[in-house]
Each structure stands twice: as C-alpha cells, then as structure tokens.
Write a protein that binds this ligand. Structure first.
Ligand code: PLP
Length: 408
C-alpha cells in the first residue's frame, strides 16, 4: 500500500510520525494494536457523531447480515433511508444513494452539467470534494497536508473546466460568472469549509452565493458530506437557512458504513438515468448493510436531537481552552480547528499562515497524552456525543497544559 495506508492522511507523514494501527473502537476511544487507548477526536473523519460501535447500529447491522450482504436489486430499506433523509432535509426532493462522498459530489456535478448543458464549474480554493478528477484542483484535506493542492494525473482539460474562487470572497465568484457567462453549470461549495481546517462562511456569504447562482443560471451545490447531520438534522442548509439546488451527504448518513447520497431538485434529479440522460450507477449502491447502518443512525439522531446541543457545548468548551492558549480557533457547532497562527482565519490564504511544524509538535504531545486529534493542521476536530463532560474536561486541561508548556 502506498505509504502503508488506504487514504493518505492516515500515514501521519505531515506530523513526522508512524501511524498507530487500530484494533478496535468503542464509544469515544480507539484502541491500537500495541495496547494503547486514545480519546478520539477524529471519529473516522466525521461519521462517529455518537461515538464508535453504537450498540443499536451494530445490532441492526448484525441482523441485516443474516439476510444477505448485497442483492443488486432494490429494497424497501433504501426507500426508508431516503425518506428519513428527506424528512430532515426537505430540499432532497429526489436522491440517489452511492458509496462514498467522492461519488456523491462527482455525480451531483455531472447531473448539474447534464441539466444545464454547461461544462464549467466553480469550486473554492481549499475546499475538498473527494478525489474525482475535476475536483482535485486546489483542493483541501490530504492534498493540503501533502502540500500538493493539485494532483498529478488530472487531464488539463478537466482542470480547465474547474474555475477557482476564494472562500468568503463573493467578488471572486461574481468575476468568474461574468467572465464565463452562460458557461457555468454549478457552484460547488462546502457550506462550512472543513477541509482546510474549519473556516466558517461569513455572514451572508451562502445567501449571496445563492443569489449569484440564480442570476447566472448556475446550480448551487452544497457539499454536506461533513456538515450533513452534524450541524443539526437539517445540515448546514438548515443551520444557515440557505437552500441549495443539489446537496451531497456522506459520513454520518452511512452510520459508519460506505454510503453517501446526492440529490435535490426533482427537475434536476429527473435527468439521472434511467429517467434521463445523465448516467450514474453502482453495483453496491444502496447496499443493504450500509443502508441499515445509516437508517439506524438517522433514527437515533431524530429520536435524540438534544445531542446537538450537547456536542456544541462540548466543542465550545474545547474552543475556549484553545483560545486561552493564544491560538486562533474556528468553530461551527461540533466542528472546530485550532490554527497555529495569530491571524484571523477566514480563507485559504489565512489558513496558510499556520505553522505546521508547531502543529506537528502539538499533535505528538497530545497523542502521547492519549488524545488523538487529526494528524494535520488542515482537518477538523470532530466532537461526538460519546465524549463525556469528564473527557472534555480532561482534554481542556491537556490543551491548557500544552499552552503553558511554551511549545506554541
Ligand atoms: N466532500 C467533503 C466535504 C469531504 O469532507 C469528503 C471527505 O472527507 C468528501 C467529499 C469525500 O468523501 P469520501 O472520502 O467518502 O469519498
């Protein structure tokens, strides 16, 4: 395996370490093969909003396995999950279930192109939307961690159809729409940027994007792979009150299994095969085990909406602890990032003022104290409902101790 891993950031290269290998996980803890226990603020990069190995999700999956692992034919369970998603996110008038966030965004962009008959797309520097060719241009997440925001192997033609705007800079969007009038199929955005560290949308940014998209005939796509069911049952669109044409969901929606969804306006989604001419398919799409895990997860969240206040509060306490150390901290709900800079962080440029060597020292120090944060400055910290008040207290104490260690 390249780097010994199946997804690059897992290799711990940017923090100069060798990754631990996980043996099992339960609640807020990960246990490695060397017998160490870590309080986990990565939560599998987002899905673990209720912690690891949630008993009713595990039980539902075990039961579902007895009836077969995959059928390649429709099931009632897929309809049930789609209805649950729709009940929380009304803009999902019609949707498709797929296997990963990458597939969801790739497919949503294709649907937008098919619907509008336009080829170009606008994305934002530092936003990550999975690893499909056209979206690997100035992307965040592992690409930033590896200091290569553009991937090799992407044909120039694909990259040329991706226009780059700056996050929180509506003028950069307007300029691109003007210069490419009638050619832009969609604006795709993380409504809360969380793949260059957490960068919240400034007041009105999303609403103005909505207006700019409408005025130009482009569709607005919210990539809610991270924000969906994390900022609340209604995702970022519910949180900020701005409705996109299409949305993508992943991570939480699969309850820890490989499942994602894309969807939105009925007229747009009606372009997808077999209803329309935009092709998209998948042998394992709507897999019964993944659908079962996702359904059980959403049922739990719908039955316990109070967990959102709990995880927000936990994250707010962590935010305060980091702030006391003098670091810049961004937080939206249960997503947060301490940045190793004194500057306000509001876009890619300000993110890049962070001292990644200082981050690496902090990462190692925390890990040695038994706290696992993402091994990169450019990823979010995920708080789960399994993080008890005591665990948050302990983490805050460690953060403050680190702050006083003189290592920042
Ligand atoms: N979109 C966003 C906002 C993401 O954060 C990610 C992954 O982290 C993706 C898309 C890609 O999802 P996946 O890794 O499931 O392909």
């Amino acid at each position: 395996m390249p780097g010994g891993v199946n997804s690059p950031v897992r290799a711990f290269r940017s923090v100069g370490r060798t990754p631990f290998f996980v043996e099992k996980a339960k609640g807020a803890y990960l246990y490695d093969a060397d017998g160490n226990r870590y309080l986990d603020y990565v939560c599998s990069w987002g899905p673990g909003i209720l912690g690891h190995a949630v008993p009713s999700v595990v039980e539902a999956v075990q039961k579902a396995c007895e009836n077969g692992l995959t059928f390649g034919a429709p099931t009632e369970k897929e309809v049930e999950l789609a209805q649950l998603i729709q009940s929380c996110v009304p803009s999902m008038e019609m949707m498709r279930l797929v296997n990963s966030g990458t597939e969801a965004v790739m497919s949503a962009v294709r649907a937008a192109r098919g619907f509008t008959g336009r080829e170009k797309i606008i994305k934002f520097t530092g936003c990550y939307h999975g690893h499909s060719d056209g979206l690997l241009v100035k992307a965040g997440s592992g690409l930033l961690t590896g200091s290569v925001p553009d991937s090799a192997g992407v044909p120039a033609g694909y990259a040329a159809a991706t226009l780059l705007a700056e996050y929180n800079d509506i003028e950069s969007v307007r300029r691109l729409l003007e210069e490419n009038e009638g050619q832009v199929a969609c604006i795709v955005v993380e409504p809360v940027a969380a793949n260059m560290g957490v960068v919240p949308p400034e007041e009105g940014f999303l609403a103005v994007l909505r207006e700019a998209a409408d005025a130009s005939g482009a569709l607005l796509i919210f990539d809610e792979v991270i924000t969906g069911f994390r900022l609340g049952l209604g995702g970022a669109q519910g949180y900020y009150g701005v409705t996109p044409d299409l949305s993508t969901f992943g991570k939480i929606v699969g309850g820890g299994m490989p499942l994602a969804a894309y969807g939105g306006r009925r007229d747009v989604m009606s372009c997808v095969a077999p209803c329309g001419a935009v092709y998209q398919a998948g042998t394992l799409s709507g897999n019964p085990i993944a659908v079962t895990a996702g359904t059980e997860m959403l049922k739990l969240l719908i039955a316990h909406p109070e967990i959102y206040a709990q995880i927000d509060q936990s994250a707010a306490r962590l935010e305060e602890a980091y702030r006391e150390t003098g670091l810049t901290v961004n937080r939206v709900g249960s997503l947060l990032s301490p940045f190793f800079t004194r500057e306000k962080v509001r876009d890619y440029q300000s993110v890049m003022t962070s001292d990644t060597a200082a981050f690496a020292r902090y990462f190692g120090w925390m890990l040695e104290k038994g706290i696992y944060v993402a091994p990169s400055q450019f990823e979010a910290m995920f708080v789960s409902a399994a993080h008890s008040a005591e665990m948050i207290d302990m983490t805050c104490d460690m953060v403050k101790e680190y702050g006083k260690s003189g290592m920042i």
